[in-house]
Design a binder for this molecule. Structure first.
Ligand code: TXA
Ligand code: MG
Length: 294
């Protein structure tokens, strides 16, 4: 397992099908869900992709290394197993010192999905990985807590249009400042272009209810409920506040840890609320809605 600024990843040589296959086994991940390939630089990305649109170059120059995955037409060197047979590969240059160093030491790119069992909340600390996968993998590189805390934003290009397939650690507004209007297409379908779009994703085991916390608390009086709030203290015995200061970056950083913490508390349900729907807040809200959608 490797640290990145977004979440921990479960890494293997992206050019070796046998290594890639192990990722799917360890994660219990269906093979129709493709993997993101991590590279040390834009130069390395160009060894793996072809027909790169100018706007992809603009975005990579501005936001790499960082929480941005670009879907680009793949070269044959990338095994079909990585892309689930799709003709585009997701490429990302992570902004984490240790993993940058690792990528420069290896002679190959690293395919890495989030290091969690399929469908569960992504890990943002080495302990999260250890709790769920320690007996299945050989090493966890301890790179500390993830600074961004939410997965990368996925961007691709259809005809002449830039499309966001997953909202994430890079705000849509920041992308639009560089390349103009983009289409956000994060709805789940039976044949998703980015299966991070599947609805029941990022879900803790406990039932998550989304709404106005004060109302939910009175509706569920008498039930063992935990509270996950953005900023406000609801004075509950089982509660996590994402950012007492109301800072969106801090809220994103704490989101997945908070869901895991609540999942372990002696409660039956988790009551939560949306955060302000702008910037990285849109990605937080997307994860909260998915966590509540089971
Ligand atoms: O921040 C991140 O992106 C983290 C870290 C480890 O880099 N990785 C991550 O990977 O979140 P994963 O596998 O948990 O989510 C990647 C999403 C999946 O929903 C997958 O379907 C989509 O990216 N994806 C990857 N390659 C794709 C492709 N070629 N076409 C469409 N979607 C793709
Ligand atoms: Mg994942």
């Amino acid at each position: 397992a490797i640290p990145t600024e977004t979440v921990y990843g479960l890494a293997a040589n992206a050019l070796e099908s046998t290594a890639i296959a192990k990722i799917f086994t360890v994660k219990n991940r269906p093979q129709f869900d493709p993997l993101i390939v991590h590279v040390a630089s834009w130069h390395d990305a160009l060894q793996l992709a072809t027909d790169v649109p100018p706007r992809a170059i603009t975005l990579a120059q501005k936001f790499w290394p960082g929480p941005l995955t670009l879907l680009l037409p793949k070269k044959d060197i990338i095994p079909d197993l990585v892309t689930s047979g799709l003709d585009r590969v997701g490429l990302r240059c992570p902004n984490h010192k240790m993993t940058q160093q690792l990528l420069r030491q290896t002679s190959f790119p690293l395919a890495a999905p989030s290091a969690n069992p399929f469908g569960y909340v992504s890990p943002t600390t080495p302990v999260h990985v250890q709790e769920q996968l320690a007996d299945k993998i050989a090493y966890i590189l301890d790179g500390g807590n993830c600074a961004v805390g939410i997965e990368s934003t996925i961007v691709g290009f259809e005809e002449d249009e830039a499309v966001v397939y997953r909202m994430g650690g890079l705000a849509v507004e920041d992308i639009e400042k560089e390349i103009g209007k983009v289409r956000v297409s994060i709805h789940s379908t039976s044949n998703p272009k980015a299966p991070g779009q599947l609805q029941s994703h990022y879900a803790p085991r406990k039932k998550v209810l989304l709404g106005r916390i004060a109302e939910l608390l009175s509706r569920f009086r008498g039930i063992n409920a935990g509270v996950l709030s953005f900023q406000k203290d609801y004075a509950q015995p089982f509660q996590v506040i994402l950012s007492p200061k109301g800072n969106m970056e801090e809220a994103a950083q704490h989101l997945f840890s908070a869901l895991r913490t609540l999942d372990k508390m002696p409660i039956d349900i988790i009551l939560t609320e949306l955060v302000p729907d702008a910037g990285i807040g849109r990605a937080i809200n997307d994860r909260l809605k998915r966590a509540a959608a089971t």
